[in-house]
Design a binder for this molecule. Structure first.
Ligand SMILES: Cc1cc2nc3c(=O)[nH]c(=O)nc-3n(C[C@H](O)[C@H](O)[C@H](O)COP(=O)(O)O)c2cc1C
Ligand code: SF4
Length: 613
């Protein structure tokens, strides 16, 4: 057996390796090739001489296309001349697809097209196609079972014996049943395991192969009942990335700036722009799922996607308690970290801010309003970032301390390229959210993440969006390089701070009747444009009076962003900070490797009111 995989971010590759191990254990002679390999054809020809069965495992990407890394192979396969290069009449094959059912008609399309194309070229399907949905309980195990009893396995010298080994005493496997099974798997049109329609088939397969009752029930329960958002492999992957999961759809993570400020090494740009104490900030989300697959997502696409809430739902009080307790536990672990300032560590035990921007789309959580209110009741401020795909949820949202929308591009084409949204009417949804933001009368922010070669072509488009949504602030930030096994972006996509400043200045020039550059955080390549209503004389008032905000919320009376603004310190104002390191708080100390100096705690600085700490 030769396993050929097409994978962009490693999922199909992992499935291929799993199958490789299983097949080896079962005694099959097995090889493995990537469809992205430049010498695929040579290897495939060689394999054809000795290997009777090809197993193709491939994911599907944007608009139902094959993974970009394998585009050469898939283009080659479309050409008529490919028949001259490989004897497809001799190819016995099966296909397993990976995808996400949220992509509706494009679900596992690359695998389906591959399956059809191989038949059209003369190949013989020896086992029904399998299809794995990112968020359904895995179908892969059942599909492998079907492979081990298929014609393919028999061609490789094995048969139903593997099922018999595992089966219980009631096993009724017989030659007749094997034939039934093959008939079912073969199907005239070439069936599938894994799609909803085929769950019936899997139940039948369960009966025929006499698999355990539990497994059969597992398949049956796929229908109807809401699922858990995270399956065990997603849970493992997110945990590996440092998330502390709370309940079944939420997570909290310790931000690197929280650690940095605990050690007196500087806060994040929200400290500079709005006066948050980064060491008392908790980064969390009540929904790890969102409706995009942004190219810069540092979650490496291990988070689930969805166009609506269709999962089991946890109680908001449970989430708030879980977030705070897991955050505090992570803070406690910082105790032994060299350079931690004891006074800050003690204060950090009290959470003062919650950045609802960790991952996913917080506003699709059905109890988002209750959740926000619970945070405010504990005097925890809320900075909520939405990706502007859910207008009705945006409309119904209660006031947050600061409400953001991500403006990842200035036109539909670029937004599609950057966010790779699930919704086909993504641009209309995006504009509707911007209109709602304007009407909400809250403290609002546009967040622009600049990605070179993706969304920095059209300054005027951004200016138009700003005029349309009239946010209080516009944060313009260079994308952060996320690395990862197979990064979507390279360092060439990351703009320098000077480029961000220049781009921000160009945008600002187009809206300078209302906006001005108010602050910067050079370390994060971030610039803040503020509406001039936050300026008094030469002083800026971009910082937030947090106690005042909670007072206003508790009053139940309507209020605006001007009611809880407070003065921005001089060091945080654009052009008045440390030359070359604008926006770095002078009370902190820049860390350089090998530097053993300690820092001045924020609390001892005269220009920082205690309410800001
Ligand atoms: C940008 C993007 C576009 C996607 N488009 C589709 C699609 O059209 N159809 C589908 O079934 N799955 C789609 N998916 C889901 C992937 O196929 C799925 O996450 C798969 O597990 C990725 O496997 P890989 O890491 O091996 O490439 C898409 C994923 C991303 C990130
Ligand atoms: S909206 Fe956020 S969580 Fe979703 S893909 Fe984009 S960056 Fe990642």
């Amino acid at each position: 057996m030769i396993i050929c995989y097409g994978s962009q971010t490693g999922n199909a590759e992992n499935f291929a390796k799993d199958l490789y191990e299983d097949a080896s254990e079962k005694g099959f002679k097995v090889g493995i090739i990537s469809l992205a390999s430049p010498d695929f054809l040579e290897k495939a020809r060689h394999a054809l001489d000795s290997s009777p069965v090809f197993v193709f495992i491939t994911s599907t990407w944007t608009d139902g296309t094959p993974p970009p890394s394998c585009s050469s192979f898939f283009s080659w396969l479309q050409q008529d001349s490919c028949k001259l290069e490989l004897d497809f009449n001799n190819v016995k094959f099966t296909v397993f697809g990976l995808g996400n059912s949220e992509y509706a008609a494009n679900f596992c399309k690359a695998a389906r097209d591959l399956d059809d194309r191989l038949v059209a070229l003369g190949g013989k399907r020896v086992c029904a196609r399998g299809e794995e949905d990112d968020y359904s309980p895995s179908i892969f195990g059942s599909w492998k079972d079907s492979l081990w009893v298929s014609q393919g396995a028999r061609l490789m010298g094995n048969s139903v014996q593997f099922i018999q080994e595992d089966s219980d005493e009631e096993s009724t496997s017989s030659a007749q049943e094997e034939d039934d099974l093959d008939d079912m798997l073969q199907g005239e049109e070439g069936g599938t395991c894994g799609s909803k329609a085929d769950l019936e088939d899997l139940e039948d397969l369960g009966k025929i192969a006499s698999r355990g009752k539990e497994e059969k029930e597992g398949v049956v329960t796929l229908r109807g009942k809401p699922k858990k958002m995270l399956n065990p492999s997603l849970e493992a992957s997110l945990t590996k990335q440092g998330y502390k999961l709370v309940g079944s759809h939420s997570g909290v993570k310790l931000c690197r700036w929280t650690k940095s400020m605990l050690r007196g090494r500087g806060g994040c740009y929200k400290h500079t722009f709005y006066g948050i104490a980064s060491y008392q900030c908790m980064e969390a989300t009540p929904s790890l799922a969102c409706a995009n697959k942004c190219v810069f997502c540092w979650r490496h696409h291990k988070n689930p996607v969805g166009t609506s809430w269709r999962w089991e739902t946890d109680d908001p009080q449970f989430l708030v308690d879980g977030f705070v307790s897991k955050h505090r536990a992570m803070i406690k672990e910082m105790r032994g970290l060299p350079g931690v300032i004891p006074e800050r560590l003690e204060e950090a035990d009290t959470v003062r801010h919650c950045a609802l921007s960790l991952v996913g789309e917080p506003i699709i959580y059905p109890h988002i309003n209750k959740f926000i209110n619970l945070l405010h009741e504990q005097s925890i401020s809320t900075f909520l970032v939405s990706n502007a795909q859910f207008p009705s949820q945006m409309e119904n949202l209660v006031p947050c301390t600061q409400l953001y929308v991500s403006i990842d591009a200035s036109n539909a084409e670029e937004l599609k390229a950057v966010d790779r949204p699930l919704f086909s009417d993504f641009w209309e949804r995006f504009l509707e959210c911007i209109d709602i933001l304007d009407r909400k009368g809250q403290r609002t922010v546009f967040r622009l993440t600049l990605v070179k070669s993706f969304n920095m072509s059209e300054v005027e488009g951004y200016a138009n969006l700003i005029r349309r949504g009239r946010p209080d602030f516009v944060e313009i930030k260079g994308v952060t390089f996320t690395g990862g096994k197979k990064p979507q972006l390279g360092m060439s996509n990351v703009p320098w701070h000077a480029e961000v400043v220049s781009f921000a200045s160009q945008i600002c020039k187009m809206v300078d009747d209302e906006y001005e550059i108010a602050s910067e955080h050079a370390h994060s390549c971030a610039i803040l444009l503020a509406n001039k209503k936050f300026k008094r004389g030469s002083d800026w008032y971009t910082w937030i009076d947090y106690p005042k905000f909670f007072e206003l919320v508790r009053s139940g009376q309507p209020f605006t962003s001007l009611d809880y603004m407070t003065k921005t310190p001089e060091w945080a104002v654009y052009g008045r900070g440390i030359p070359g390191d604008g926006g770095f708080d002078p009370a902190e100390i820049h860390y350089r490797k090998g530097d053993s100096r300690t820092s001045t705690p924020m609390s001892s600085r005269p220009d920082t009111p205690s309410s800001m700490r």
